[in-house]
Design a protein around this ligand. Structure first.
Ligand code: URA
Length: 210
């Protein structure tokens, strides 16, 4: 498997939160708390190396150089569980633009059907960060990446709490330059396409719909 452009975030706070998320005994309250923490930190990783504009500012002591974020960032959560990662993104980047794409799986054909599309303007200075806490087969993420590539953004990235090798490979086969940020590359997908060892259904556990 190609591991170029995959960034596994080993920060101990991230890994500690991940262990709480994996534990089936973790309560709803603890799950939400640890999810918010891990997503905040993961999102900080996913924004590394974005461009800054140099300027000058005055500290109380003297003039010094400043660096202000100079990039149009658009976050696109994969519905529904990707929304759980939005809160951290909006905390870190209060002006971030958020786009929504609604996909629905056709039960007969198993093909994703798009029922909603609302994205802010994307230009050559836009970095798109797709959030999906569980990169399993990569099907929904790939659908979004294909559609957004048509808008010619500067860069596209993916932030996922967990990633399966199958999903990483599927994305990188088609989009080798997409950087993937995750807390762990797990072992595999099971026959129901759940990540193993994983943490179960992220959306159900976060939104309390078990
Ligand atoms: N989505 C989930 O919520 N969990 C998985 O294991 C795979 C996809």
């Amino acid at each position: 498997m190609i591991l170029k452009n995959v960034f596994v975030c080993k920060n101990p706070i991230i890994q500690d939160s991940l262990s709480h998320l994996r534990d089936k005994k973790t309560s709803l309250h603890e799950f939400r708390e640890n999810s918010d923490r891990i997503c905040y930190l993961l999102f900080a990783e996913a924004t590394k190396s974005l461009s800054c504009k140099k300027g000058k500012i005055e500290t109380p002591l003297c003039e010094t150089t400043s660096c202000t974020l100079d990039e149009n960032i658009v976050v696109v959560p994969v519905l529904r569980s990707g929304i759980a990662m939005l809160f951290g993104a909006m905390d870190l980047l209060p002006n971030v633009k958020v786009g929504f794409v609604g996909l629905e799986r056709d039960e007969c054909t198993a093909v994703a059907r798009e029922y909603y599309w609302k994205l802010p303007e994307i230009d050559h200075n836009t970095t798109i960060i797709v959030t999906d806490p569980m990169l399993a087969t990569g099907g929904s993420i790939l659908h979004l990446l294909r559609r957004m590539a048509e808008e010619n953004p500067k860069e596209m990235r993916v932030a996922s709490v967990l990633a399966a090798p199958e999903g990483i490979e599927a994305i990188h086969q088609e989009f080798p330059k997409v950087k993937i940020f995750t807390a762990s590359i797990d072992q595999k997908l099971n026959d129901k396409k759940y990540i193993v060892p994983g943490l179960g259904d992220y959306g159900d556990r976060y939104f309390n719909t078990v």
